[in-house]
Write a protein that binds this ligand. Structure first.
Ligand code: DC
Length: 235
């Protein structure tokens, strides 16, 4: 992408342009979104990390994952920053403890609480800053950024997603096994897709990409082609 094209777009749109990349666990959305953000020179938002941090802080502070009032208090006072691929909370870097499957499960348990999502909504929208934002999650295109210039929903078979998560977690040094991971991913998918508030589903105007048999480079290139053609039609 030529910097001039994106600058022109940022100048033309009232708000910073957003590319929304949603999908279930292991669909590759985090890796793809980060690569696309880097290629565009835009900001990157990992919205799942917000829910993971809330679950993490709740457990640390002895707050029950169903204690709505306690969780809202946490969401209200969240001093969180993303820097160099890491998450910082209250000025301290959080390591891989929020990346475990257990942390994902906790995130998925606090995520259905409407008031928690509402607090995070404001925070997430405030991240749409020039020259642009690439955001990944479950409801980026459907709820948080309905005016995103490009909405992509990545899918892949549960088996392929399990294999990817397995490699990801194993490479981080976690002790994981495939049958257990498959079960956890399936449970998390069901919880995320069946909740009443902002369930996991493609936005009506999202482009759905099945990545089961595609490697990262191919998906990044397809997404970049989509973004480029959208930008071209807008400038
Ligand atoms: O993308 P992830 O695996 O880091 O997300 C962890 C959990 O957080 C996911 O299972 C559901 C929740 N989540 C959400 O409800 N909405 C988002 N936009 C992102 C994540």
């Amino acid at each position: 992408m030529l910097p001039t094209e994106t600058n022109l777009l940022a100048a033309k749109t009232k708000y910073a342009p957003v590319v929304a990349i949603d999908g279930p666990s292991g669909s590759g959305k985090g890796t793809i979104a980060l690569a696309v953000a880097r290629q565009l020179g835009w900001h990157y938002l990992d919205s799942g990390a917000l829910y993971r941090v809330i679950g993490y802080v709740a457990v640390k502070n002895g707050i029950d994952l169903e204690d709505e009032t306690g969780l809202i208090g946490l969401a209200d006072n969240l001093d969180i920053e993303f820097r160099n691929g890491s998450v910082w909370l209250d000025g301290e870097e959080i390591g891989d403890e929020i990346r475990t499957e257990e942390a994902g499960k906790r995130a998925s348990m606090v995520a259905p609480i409407r008031s928690v999502r509402e607090k995070l909504l404001v925070w997430q929208r405030s991240r749409a800053r020039p020259p642009g934002l690439v955001a990944d999650g479950r409801d980026m295109g459907s709820v948080v950024f309905p005016n995103a210039i490009c909405k992509i929903f990545l899918t892949a078979s549960a088996e392929a997603r399990t294999q990817r998560r397995f490699r990801q977690l194993r490479d981080k040094g976690f002790d994981v096994n495939i049958p257990q991971l498959f079960k956890e991913i399936s449970e998390r998918d069901a919880r995320d897709a069946n909740r009443a508030v902002s369930p996991l589903k493609p936005a009506e105007d999202a482009i759905v990409l099945d990545t089961t048999n595609l490697n990262i480079e191919v998906v990044v290139s397809e997404v970049m082609t989509l973004v480029r053609s959208t930008v071209k039609s807008m400038t």
